[in-house]
Design a protein around this ligand. Structure first.
Ligand SMILES: NC(=O)c1ccc[n+]([C@@H]2O[C@H](COP(=O)([O-])OP(=O)(O)OC[C@H]3O[C@@H](n4cnc5c(N)ncnc54)[C@H](OP(=O)(O)O)[C@@H]3O)[C@@H](O)[C@H]2O)c1
Length: 269
């Protein structure tokens, strides 16, 4: 799995094909989409027309909870692959810890056994739900994709993931711009020392700890900016300062909050 990918949450389907084309043209090779983002079709088209050999790409998608049971989830995986114009995904995730996620996971296990995906995993699974699902599965999740950035460092979940040798992947690696991420005084001041921007410092902080990042941007200039994170090393002193920015370790959303659960499960697309 590459350490850097391109994320497509909230990229307007009308813009998605151009964005993926731009991302591939500047060198991104991992693409993170989802059924819920409603842009798998555009990802598939841009990838197919890029001429880049399939084996050089790493394509991630996620299964939403609106397919009922395992059978419905299995059919949705076929649909995703059709839209993505590929015989296999590199990683498919259960998008949310709601609905019949055991059914979805069983469908993922079968897709994995049939070679329709090279790996399977979870997204937004925490604590007891993560532990319980892991306990009741045959194929352990390779990844848990969680909100991870300097303000939400996921130290507690890292320990849980390490127990089964699963990988943390960072969504919202720039905090979705919250807390003035792009002008944050600490990120900016550290960046000045290395000739880097706040986004590059925040992304580097994660990849330097072995956490893959999938920053989103609709601007080719910012896509390029977000890639330039492999030509400098943050000193241990600066890493320590950045560790001090952790505000809410487990992310800004509480997946155990009934109000949040209601909001997510009622989303239609
Ligand atoms: N599994 C999940 O539940 C889940 C949830 C959320 C996200 N994700 C995945 O993670 C990816 C990244 O997360 P995210 O999109 O939520 O947030 P993010 O990547 O942390 O931040 C994206 C925001 O930052 C702006 N931006 C990007 N680069 C910038 C730069 N260099 N300077 C200034 N502004 C910049 C973007 O605006 P512009 O586009 O205008 O540049 C956009 O508003 C998503 O696209 C998606 O693939 C997964």
């Amino acid at each position: 799995m590459p350490m850097l990918g391109y994320g497509l949450f909230k990229v307007d389907p009308k813009e998605s094909e151009r964005c993926v084309r731009d991302a591939l043209s500047v060198g991104y090779r991992m693409i993170d989409t989802a059924q819920f983002y409603a842009n798998e079709e555009q990802v598939g088209k841009a990838v197919a027309e890029s001429g880049i050999p399939r084996e050089e790409l790493f394509i991630i998608t996620k299964v939403w909870m609106n397919h009922g049971d395992e059978k419905g989830a299995a059919a949705s995986i076929e649909e995703s692959l059709r839209r993505l114009k590929t015989d296999y995904a590199d990683l498919i995730l259960v998008h949310q810890p709601y609905g019949d996620y055991y059914g979805i996971y069983r469908a993922l296990e079968k897709a994995y056994a049939q070679g329709k995906t090279r790996a399977i995993g979870l997204s937004n699974f925490y604590d007891a739900r993560f532990a319980d699902l892991v306990y009741h599965t045959d194929v352990k999740p390779a990844v848990d994709q969680l909100e991870t950035n300097v303000f939400s460092q996921q130290n507690a979940m890292r320990e849980q993931l390490a127990e089964i040798d699963a990988r943390l992947m960072a969504w919202g690696p720039m905090g979705q711009g919250k807390y003035d991420f792009f002008t944050h005084p600490v990120l900016t001041a550290i960046g000045e020392k290395y000739g880097k921007t706040a986004s590059q410092v925040g992304l580097r902080f994660l990849v330097q700890q072995g956490i893959p990042v999938i920053p989103k941007s609709t601007s080719i200039t910012r896509m390029e900016e977000n890639m330039k994170i492999f030509d400098f090393i943050l000193s241990e002193a600066d890493m320590e300062i950045l560790r001090g920015l952790n505000i809410h370790d487990k992310g800004s959303r509480d997946y155990n909050d009934p109000a949040y659960a209601k909001k997510i499960v009622s989303q239609v697309f």
